[in-house]
Design a protein around this ligand. Structure first.
Ligand SMILES: [Fe+2]
Length: 212
C-alpha cells in the first residue's frame, strides 16, 4: 500500500492527491449491499488474467507491481509525447487514473490459506466498481474517464482523450509483456517438474534388481 501512496507524490493538485490516497486506504465499499466484499490486503493482492491471442491459459499477477510499472511508463511516455508532439497532457489525471485503474481488483480476488487467488464472488468487474466508487466520491471526470476506458474497445467506453488513449495503450502493453513473462516462468516450472520426474524414473531403473 505504501508503494501506491508513494506514487501519488506525482499528483501536484493537493485535493486530488488526498482523494486518491483516501481510495488507497479505504477498505470498504460505499454501497451497503457490497460491504460484505472485503478488500484483500493490497500488499498481497493479485489477479488472474489472460491474453486472448494466447492459448497458454491465464496467469497470476501482483496488482501493486503492475500499477508501479504502468505508472512509471505512462509518466515517461507522456513526457515523450509532450516533447515531440507538442501535446500538453494533464499529468495529474494520468497519474491518478493509473494508480486507481486496477485497485478494485483487490475486491475481485482474495488469497486462500494456500496463498492461491480465489474469486470473491463480486458481481461487478473492477472497472465498473471503480467507476461507481470514484463517481460517488466526486472525482474529476477526466480521471473517471481514464479509469472507465482503460480496457479500450473491450470495455463499455472507448478512450476519448489523449490521456485516456495513452493510458490504455501503455496499460495493454505492460499487460501483454507481464503475461509472457509469467507464462515463461510457468513453462520453466513445468519443465523442471518433468525433468525431476524423469530423473526419479532413471534412478529407479538403475537400481540393481535383487537376486531371485
Ligand atoms: Fe492495468
Amino acid at each position: 500500500m505504501n508503494q501506491l501512496i508513494e506514487l501519488t507524490k506525482h499528483i501536484k493538485n493537493k485535493e486530488l492527491r488526498e482523494k486518491v490516497v483516501k481510495v488507497i486506504k479505504e477498505t470498504e465499499l460505499y454501497n451497503k449491499d457490497f460491504k460484505k466484499y472485503k478488500r484483500e490486503d493490497l500488499d498481497r493482492a493479485g489477479s488472474v488474467f489472460g491474453v486472448s491471442s494466447s492459448s497458454m491459459g491465464p496467469v497470476e499477477r501482483d496488482i501493486i507491481s503492475h500499477t508501479i510499472q504502468v505508472t512509471e511508463l505512462v509518466i515517461e511516455t507522456a513526457k515523450v509525447f509532450e516533447k515531440n508532439y507538442g501535446l500538453k497532457l494533464d499529468m495529474d489525471s494520468l497519474v491518478a487514473g493509473s494508480v486507481l485503474h486496477d485497485i478494485m481488483k483487490a475486491f475481485e480476488f482474495h488469497r486462500d490459506e494456500d496463498d492461491d487467488l480465489v474469486p470473491t464472488g463480486m458481481p461487478l468487474d473492477h472497472t465498473t466498481l471503480a467507476i461507481a466508487e470514484l463517481y460517488h466520491q466526486n472525482f474529476p471526470e477526466d480521471v473517471i474517464h481514464i479509469v472507465a476506458s482503460h480496457p479500450g474497445d473491450s470495455g463499455t467506453v472507448s478512450p476519448r482523450s489523449f490521456e485516456a488513449i495513452i493510458f490504455h495503450h501503455v496499460d495493454s502493453m505492460c499487460s501483454v509483456v507481464e503475461y509472457y513473462i509469467e507464462t515463461k516462468k510457468k513453462m520453466q516450472q513445468k519443465l523442471m517438474a518433468l525433468r525431476r520426474q524423469e530423473l526419479l524414473k532413471l534412478n529407479e531403473q538403475s537400481k540393481p534388481t535383487p537376486d531371485a
